[in-house]
Design a protein around this ligand. Structure first.
Ligand code: ADE
Length: 220
């Protein structure tokens, strides 16, 4: 196995976000949310709703790397100067894994001198060097996986497939490749929809239900 990958459902997202909401309500009254783009955008929007915090902005962290590049180094896209004077800020991301993105964002927000800053992620992996104040679920690092969030399915499957699809494969074989290499369990309907969209987008070639990355000569 290369590494483990897991599909995250919308139900998981709802569960983790409501757990964060309950923890925040018990201990902190933020008046502003900063979502880390892109992974923290959806949870930040959900928390903006469930905590009645209309002031929601985002700052962007970027990685040198792609899906499951464990060493991917984080950088903060220059957010300029934010006026956070006197604000009580909740920073939200999807996951603290290495903890780099959240640390960068936290240090930046702190430098803008708000009244208070707290951090929240849906998933927190124990290896992370940064521990958020609130998290939906703790993941032991021995259970490390690449979590495929509902808003990143196309990008992640594209990356995972590019690691394993060398020749040609049927849908069933693609499913087996994903299971063997990443222990990934994926619903047939989801895989089928995504693969069909990859074909439409020209990212994968379909030849009567056999898929490949390269154009296959007509004679083959
Ligand atoms: N971003 C950083 N680490 C991740 C992980 N383990 N799964 C999904 N997204 C991530």
């Amino acid at each position: 196995m290369d590494f483990r990958a897991r599909i995250v459902t919308w139900t998981d997202v709802e569960k983790w976000c409501s757990s964060i909401r309950d923890q925040v309500i018990d201990s902190f009254v933020p008046d502003m949310i900063i979502g880390l783009s892109r992974g923290g955008l959806v949870p930040a929007r959900i928390l903006s709703d469930t905590l009645w915090i209309k002031d929601l902005i985002s700052i962007k962290t970027e990685h040198w790397g792609i899906t499951a590049t464990k060493s991917g180094k984080a950088i903060l896209r220059d957010p300029g100067k934010l006026n956070l004077n006197g604000r009580k800020v909740l920073i939200v991301d999807d996951i603290t894994d290495t903890g780099q993105s959240m640390k960068l964002a936290y240090d930046f927000v702190k430098s803008q001198e708000p009244a208070e800053v707290k951090t929240a992620t849906m998933l927190h992996i124990t290896r992370s060097s940064f521990i958020p104040d609130f998290y939906g679920e703790l993941v032991d690092q021995k259970n490390w996986a690449w979590f495929i969030f509902p808003w990143n399915v196309y990008e992640d499957l594209d990356n995972l497939l590019s690691k394993v699809l060398n020749g040609r494969a049927s849908l069933e074989e693609l499913k087996t490749l994903l299971l063997k290499n990443f222990d990934l369990k994926i619903e047939d309907t989801l895989l089928e929809t995504v693969i069909n969209d990859f074909v439409k987008a020209g990212r994968i070639i379909s030849n009567s239900g056999v898929y490949s990355r390269e154009k296959i000569a007509a004679s083959q």
